[in-house]
Unconditional design. Structure first.
Lengths: 251, 250
């Protein structure tokens, strides 16, 4: 199933595994913001850093690349959109479609940035237990007034848990409809509505049963959170991340 | 003293339809009771009253002498419920997290939770999978995780709502083994199932339900020959006048 195994936590002792999840989330936010206007030098440096971290985590790169192939389609869509919409010197013209040199450059950079953000999310999720991500979110949102941090943390936990279930429901429903020749229908709206509505109905039904199951196990929003501790590795990682951010912004 | 006592319980759905009608039921500690009946006979609705997921329109439900409505937390701690669809019951992001969900809600200190979860996962044979995402487990493993999820709350009563649905033969045997172990350790077991052969040799008593009523209540073996009139298949061996072979002995 696409993107359900790739983002799973993998037990390990890599540098990323040793970092505090709060620090990792802050790093992720800082690097994501820094990549917004990053050039090719900065992106290359970040790509090298991620490659080293991926080797350190021992990610099965080819398997994960296969599982994330649908993200590739999305990235390609971003690339094509930028190629066609960016004004500049024509590189290729076919009838009313013009691909500009600036569009090619911008499209490449935009899709590179997006790919790196996806890889960053992947590195975070494979090196951090979901429970620790939930706890870190709860702690980081804690000081912000009017934000129900515990509820947000529970919601994040449930999303992580139920995305694979929803994907499986969708796949089952899609297969059942293909078995009854839905592909013979050319109207995409007809096809989408006959997939989305039953899937939504099943998801709502699941949510109802989930609520029952949580209530049966005495669900309480104020559950204890596991203690998180910052260590030497977090402090050592800080200058590296800040240098990378500076490089991304300035280079 | 009865551990479960249901007195004159009636339940109406939101549309006014009568789902349960004047149910009277008493279950003693450490009994193994099978509740059987056709779909829509009211088994799941009855079960949901045992820990306050549904409240009676009329009547009372008492767990170990205390009305469920008077103390929901106590009722839910005492009555562990394993639902038909394990996927909807498992809420944790990993096997460990799911098993820890109940005791964490009850405010058990984290050190104790860790010890409790480790012991329980060992008991159900899932300790080697503690870091795995639940959706990657097999059907039998998911059902065992659902059992572990309620066992960590140290319930005295375990209610299984059609625990064998969608399971293969090894999966059913794994769940049966857990049930037998729990029953031997003194837990009260209440199970609903359409396949009576599976619980043969474990169950002491059978309650047959039809259209929201209890129509028969008696010794499991004695009632086997009369189940078909209530929409449940009689074990083939019983039909042939032979003794049913318990699944765990096979």
């Amino acid at each position: 199933m696409a993107s359900t195994v790739a983002f799973n936590f993998r037990y390990g002792t890599s540098i990323l595994h040793r970092l505090d999840p709060r620090v990792k989330i802050i790093f992720l936010a800082l690097i994501s913001l820094s990549t917004l206007n990053a050039g090719s030098v900065g992106l290359l440096a970040l790509s090298l850093l991620f490659a080293v971290l991926a080797v350190d985590i021992r990610l099965p790169v080819s398997k994960i690349a296969f599982e994330l192939r649908y993200f590739g389609v999305f990235i390609f869509f971003v690339f094509i959109t930028r190629c066609l919409t960016e004004p500049g010197d024509p590189f290729l013209t076919f009838k009313f479609i013009t691909v500009t040199e600036q569009g090619l450059a911008e499209g490449s950079l935009a899709s590179w940035r997006l790919a790196l953000v996806i890889v960053m999310g992947l590195l975070l999720s494979v090196s951090t237990r979901p429970k620790e991500i939930r706890t870190a979110v709860e702690i980081l949102f804690g000081p912000i007034p009017f934000l129900p941090e515990k509820r947000i943390a529970v919601m994040i936990g449930l999303i992580v848990r139920f995305i694979p279930v929803i994907l499986r429901l969708t796949r089952e429903m899609s297969e059942a409809q293909r078995a009854r020749a839905i592909e013979q229908r050319n109207n995409p709206i007809y096809r989408a509505s006959h997939l989305v509505l039953p899937v939504m109905r099943r998801i709502v039904d699941r949510a109802d049963r989930l609520a029952n199951a949580m209530e049966a196990r005495c669900f309480d929003e104020n559950r204890p959170t596991p203690p998180l501790k910052m260590g030497l590795a977090d402090w050592r990682a800080m200058p590296v991340v800040l240098s990378v951010c500076l490089l991304l912004v300035l280079a | 003293m009865n551990i479960i006592e249901v007195r004159n319980l009636s339940h109406r759905a939101v549309d006014g339809k009568l789902i349960l009608a004047n149910i009277d039921l008493a279950i003693k500690p450490a009994e193994f009771v099978v509740v059987a009946g056709a779909n829509g006979s009211g088994k799941s609705t009855l079960f949901k009253h045992l820990n306050g997921l549904l409240l009676p329109s009329e009547g009372d439900v008492l767990i170990d002498g205390v009305a469920v409505e008077d103390d929901f937390k106590r009722a839910r701690k005492m009555v562990g419920m394993i639902f038909q669809d394990a996927d909807s019951q498992i809420v944790g992001e990993t096997v460990y997290d799911d098993a820890a969900f109940g005791p964490e809600n009850l405010g058990v200190p984290l050190d104790e939770v860790r010890e409790l979860v480790t012991r329980t996962l060992e008991l159900v044979g899932l300790s080697h999978l503690k870091d795995m995402a639940p959706h990657l487990l097999s059907g039998g493993e998911k059902r065992r995780l659902a059992i572990a999820g309620v066992l960590t709350m140290k319930p005295k009563i375990l209610v299984f709502d059609e625990p064998f649905s969608n399971l293969d033969y090894p999966g059913i045997k794994q769940v049966l083994l857990q049930m037998a172990t729990l029953h031997r350790s003194g837990h009260t077991i209440v199970v609903s199932t359409h396949n009576l052969e599976t619980v043969y040799g474990l169950a002491d008593r059978m309650i047959l339900m039809q259209a929201g009523n209890i129509v028969k209540d008696g010794c499991f073996e004695d009632l086997l020959s009369s189940v078909e009139e209530f929409g449940i298949r009689m074990p083939e061996a019983t039909r042939l006048g032979k003794k049913v072979q318990p699944w765990l002995a096979q």
